[in-house]
Design a protein around this ligand. Structure first.
Ligand code: ATP
Ligand code: MG
Length: 217
């Protein structure tokens, strides 16, 4: 479903991605690990069509990003490392706002059931009154309104308590299994990666993660 071929990206003289390759199928959950600055967010931004590679190729369902990035966007959802929500609006108002932007029409009941799926029940609460973990859940809920085929998550569980972490993990696994969404997400928590992911992809040159991975497999 997703083919990344020989992808390279530099910022000025700094090489971040060098001939990176990845092949992934629908319904897979892939954990992307690597040290700070290894290029995880850079890769996700390229896969989200928000950043252009210097060289290499990305194909989604055999369609080249370079030619089809506009039409491919409707199948892709990206949750950035930083939260992107309207703080003064309520949970449901945020859902409605993003539903309006999306091509898929969703009823209030459907929006509610998405919130329930991520275990967020505070529909009427303003975002600025939510905890960090609840905001992350809302960010995730907002991203799947559009029923993406490829879901890219940049540290969706950073700074989240264990209970919410497990809830989010369970939700992602179910989404991949039941709706065949390809999920690629980054985390610094190897236990979590081991529990949720079908496969781990290491990014960057540091052998630390390669060695660490042997302890988990
Ligand atoms: N817009 C930019 N301009 C210049 N350099 C950048 C830019 N964005 C990222 N970088 C650099 O590219 C490298 C990779 O950054 P990236 O954010 O992809 O890493 P990361 O693996 O996501 O790190 P972290 O685990 O800290 O989130 C870093 O050295 C960073 O400083
Ligand atoms: Mg990052």
């Amino acid at each position: 479903m997703l083919e990344v071929k020989s992808l390279s990206k530099s910022y000025g003289k700094k090489k971040v991605l060098e001939n990176f390759n990845l092949s992934a199928s629908k319904g897979e959950v892939i954990g992307l690990v690597g040290e700070n600055g290894a290029g995880k967010s850079t890769l996700l931004k390229i896969l989200a069509t928000l950043l252009k590679e210097d060289s290499g190729q990305v194909l989604l369902n055999d369609r080249d990003y370079k030619k089809h990035y506009r039409s491919l966007r409707q199948y892709i959802a990206y949750v950035p490392q930083e939260l992107a929500l309207w703080e003064d609006l309520t949970v449901m108002e945020n859902m409605k706002f993003f539903e309006n932007l999306s091509k898929t029409r969703r009823s209030k009941e459907e929006l509610k059931s998405i919130l329930e799926a991520v275990q967020l029940k505070q529909d009427d609460k303003r975002v600025n009154q939510l905890s960090g973990g609840m905001k992350r859940k809302l960010n995730l809920a907002v991203s799947i309104i559009n029923e993406p085929k490829l879901l890219l998550l940049d540290e969706p569980t950073a700074g989240i308590d264990l209970k919410s972490r497990i809830e989010i993990g369970g939700f992602l696994k179910k989404l991949a299994q039941e709706q065949e969404v390809l999920i690629i997400y980054t985390s610094h928590d190897m236990n979590e990666i081991e529990q949720i992911c079908d496969r781990v992809v290491i990014i960057g040159q540091d052998d630390f993660y390669r060695n660490l991975l042997h302890q988990y497999i």
